[in-house]
Design a protein around this ligand. Structure first.
Ligand code: HAM
Length: 420
């Protein structure tokens, strides 16, 4: 047996050196979402398994292979949530939130038993957004513009936006028949997974990664040709207004998404900087889901972004380094050590934004200075019994070659406010 217990494969600790980037991402998203009028909702990590089966679809990878499902002590089948849309819809129906249009967002861990690799984990985090009760294409557009604003704010450029329309159910049904007829003629050239999907979920064959299957798919009929007038004009409205807003996009007729609830608009933001797992944000319209889960028919559209992937990209830009602390209080001598906590507290009162670390554990000036330096602080604040008697404090800039200076204790907050 291994000497120490490790985290579960595909589930990661988020260490202090990365946390500043997480905060930056989460804070920016919260700020943008609230500026667009979205309200946060928090739902449990665990739901009845049936919820995900009914919403994501029985014949999807997520439900077939990736859910963490278990029986609780009552014998009920529960699952760790693999995504947030189903829970959000469940909660919105349960609490009667859908009597008027509602813009909601959520964040938190999701769980999928996938094969871990760079950018793909078994516990990962999403920020998701769901807008309910709005039929027109203007809300689909708003969601895309909102994400574009977030990327700009985070200094992330180079994402590619791909969009498609999956049509409404009757249109998709006709298309599905044509697609199956075409693919069946080439069934022996499809990969095993796609052959299986031919009967259960043929649209998913469109985004197969198998080169031979892709070759067959390249000549398959496209859904876009089966859209009715209303669906088409919904889609064209979005494209036209993305053009107007100067947001570049590519129509990808093979973009079908891995969850069954979508209709009409689907979109993904993709980067080339993360290897195979390049989709950083994905979503679309799902007008039938609320009713399917027992609510009143309510149009809906949303997306979710993968935070691990965005954090990794932000780390690559180098723009978001760990901010560290501002000052480290060094105290040597019995009276100085006794007075240090009070001085530190007064300083925190005077300058609440100051990131001040007080030395704990005693030791010589030399050893405390070493710790101050290692802490990454800009200034060491030095308190010996002599300074205490004169009611001053030594201030040493640890990052520049300057002499240590002395300041009156009451002037310290103002000095630090000026220099940080
Ligand atoms: P999804 O495409 O399954 O959609 O996931 C959205 C995003 O979550 C992905 O684009 C990716 O960035 C991230 N993600 C998914 N799986 C993993 C994983 N195993 N490891 C790391 N990141 C991952 C949904 O979840 C829908 N609920 C989105 C939505 C909301 N549609 C409408 N409303």
């Amino acid at each position: 047996m291994s000497k120490y217990i490790q985290a579960i494969r595909g589930m990661h600790d988020i260490l202090p050196e990365r946390i500043a980037i997480w905060h930056r991402l989460e804070d920016s998203a919260r700020q943008v979402l609230s500026a667009y009028g979205y309200a946060e909702i928090r739902t449990p990590l665990v739901e009845v398994t049936e919820l995900f089966k009914r919403s994501i679809g029985e014949v999807t990878d997520i439900v077939e292979k990736e859910m963490y499902s278990f029986e609780d002590r009552n014998g009920d089948s529960l699952s760790l949530r693999p995504e947030g849309t189903a829970s959000c819809v469940r909660a919105a129906i349960e609490h009667g939130l859908l009597v008027q249009p509602r813009r909601l967002w959520y964040r938190g861990p999701m769980f999928r038993y996938e094969r871990p690799q760079r950018g793909r984990y078994r516990q990962f985090h999403q920020i998701g957004v769901e807008a309910f009760g709005l039929t027109g294409p203007d809300i689909d557009l708003e969601l895309i513009l909102l994400t574009a604003r977030l990327w700009r704010g985070l200094g992330l450029d180079g994402f590619r936006l791909e969009i498609n329309s999956l049509g409404d159910a009757p249109e998709r049904q006709i298309y599905r028949e044509r697609l199956v007829a075409y693919l069946s003629r080439h069934a022996d050239q499809l990969d095993a997974d796609s052959q299986r999907r031919l009967a259960s979920n043929p649209l998913r064959i469109l985004d197969s990664k198998n080169p031979e299957t892709q070759r067959i798919v390249a000549d398959a009929p496209t859904l876009m040709d089966y859209l009715g007038e209303e669906t088409r004009s919904h889609f064209e409205h979005i494209c036209r207004n993305l053009d107007r807003a100067g947001v570049a996009y590519r129509i990808n007729p093979r973009l079908v998404r891995g969850l069954d609830y979508y209709n009409r608009t689907v979109f993904e933001w993709i980067t080339d900087d993360l290897g195979a797992q390049g989709t950083v944000c994905a979503g679309g319209r799902y007008d039938g889901l609320v009713e399917q889960l027992g609510g009143r028919s309510t149009p809906a559209v949303g997306f979710a972004m993968g935070l691990e992937r965005l954090v990794e990209l932000m780390a690559l830009t180098g723009l978001h380094s760990e901010p560290g602390i501002d000052a480290y209080l060094v105290a040597v001598g019995e009276s100085a050590q006794a007075a240090a906590p009070g001085i530190a507290e007064r300083l925190r009162d005077g300058l609440p934004s100051l990131r001040l670390m007080s030395h704990c554990g005693g030791g010589s000036f030399k050893s405390q200075f070493k710790k101050a330096d290692k802490s990454g602080a800009r200034f060491a604040l030095v308190l010996g019994d002599g300074e205490l008697e004169r009611e001053v404090i030594g201030v040493k800039d640890l990052r520049e070659e300057t002499e240590q200076r002395e300041l009156r204790q009451e002037d310290l907050a103002a000095f630090l406010a000026d220099h940080l």
